[in-house]
Design a protein around this ligand. Structure first.
Ligand code: MRU
Length: 350
């Protein structure tokens, strides 16, 4: 299956509308930043690395028709677009990283003509997309070494092709293991309330020919108790300096369960997911989403009492001591995390 989640095509952004999966593989075209904002908010595009790429292309789309004659006017427009896109979802570090990369290209080339800066912004967004493809394959390369033939791997949410440009982080490790000839069975948590595991992960694994069994989130403990899981691998939305990791709500449950059952718990993420200004997980901003995601079956039919109070954080934070290792595009990071994250992530400029 060769699909691309996001791409620039004929002056607009073409992306898969993930809310239509698994029923339809439908593409959507964004011609303005309002549609991009809405697409991200509604999770038509989701997954941390995909958000970074979408944000970068969004910046270009937002300023490409600017009529500003000098950088002072152009810079104002650029900042407005960036602040707007930054307001759609708060947790994934990659979204802000994508925006910051675009800002930095423009700011460090202020003296150039606006037409040249626009071209440079387009090039930067395209290189974020191409780098993501490479970075995910590097995560797969390092992570695959942790996988044994016949491993039974539990995952949550979707950290695959659909969450990146075309390969995945946690699922990228599995794709690489399969390529190396290893037989893997994946257990996918359905991932309440938005069902990314049920709708997206099972869809893409099936298309890739990987054995996958869908479970309700509450079934993970039983599977582990029965000795049917050897490893847990998840993605990440933001990783603090000490290794505490924000990821889809329910990830922390799996980490606690893995610790109790002595099952290795791995996080797979690119360097762009690390936020070294945040020292510990408690300072990671956590998105809270609409109550309707919990009370209505996909906004179609009520499944809870009317006007019920709802708690709906989209992410939780897994403390570093529950994480066996973090698989990155720079290599595998093991505890002690502060020291090793600094060594592997903070000191590298690539
Ligand atoms: O709310 P979502 O679907 O954007 O959440 C996505 C996740 O939690 C993923 O695990 C994470 O972004 C990593 S994707 C490679």
């Amino acid at each position: 299956m060769n699909i691309r989640t996001i791409q620039w095509q004929k002056n607009k952004i073409k992306f898969i509308d993930q809310t239509k999966l698994p029923l339809k593989l439908k593409y959507f075209y964004a011609r303005d930043i309002e549609s991009i904002w809405q697409a991200i908010k509604a999770m038509k595009v989701r997954g941390a690395p995909a958000l970074g790429a979408m944000a970068a292309l969004g910046v270009y789309l937002g300023v490409k028709n600017s009529r500003a004659k000098n950088f002072s006017g152009f810079g104002k427009e650029l900042n407005k677009v960036i602040s707007f896109l930054a307001s759609c979802r708060p947790t994934a570090r990659n979204l802000f990283w994508g925006l910051e990369r675009m800002l930095s290209v423009a700011s460090s080339n202020q003296e150039k003509p606006i037409s040249v800066i626009k071209k440079m912004l387009f090039k930067e967004a395209q290189s974020i997309i191409e780098q993501d493809r490479l970075i995910c394959r590097k995560i797969g390369y390092y992570g695959e070494k942790l996988i044994k033939n016949n491993d039974k791997i539990l995952t949550i949410c979707n950290a695959g092709i659909l969450a990146t440009i075309d390969y995945g982080t946690a699922l990228g490790v599995i794709y690489r293991a399969k390529q190396e000839g290893k037989d893997i069975e994946v257990f996918a948590c359905e991932t309440r309330p938005m069902l990314q595991g049920a709708r997206l992960t099972t869809w893409e694994l099936k298309k890739k020919g990987i054995g996958v069994t869908l479970i309700c989130d509450s079934m993970a403990a039983t599977l582990m108790q029965q000795g049917r899981i050897n490893k847990v691998i998840t993605g990440a939305d933001r990783i603090a300096l000490n290794g505490d990791t924000a990821n889809k709500i329910g990830t922390y449950n799996l980490a606690v369960l893995s610790c109790y059952h002595k099952i290795p718990f791995y996080v797979a993420a690119p360097k762009s997911t690390f936020d070294l200004r945040i020292k510990e997980g408690k300072d990671i901003p956590i998105e809270h989403r609409s109550a309707k995601e919990v009370t209505e079956l996909f906004f179609k039919r009520p499944i809870a009492a009317k006007n019920i109070k709802v708690f709906n954080p989209a992410f939780d934070v897994t403390p570093n001591k529950l994480i066996t290792a973090i698989i990155t595009d720079k290599g595998i990071i093991r505890p002690p995390y502060i020291k090793n994250i600094k060594k592997m992530i903070a000191t590298r400029i690539d």
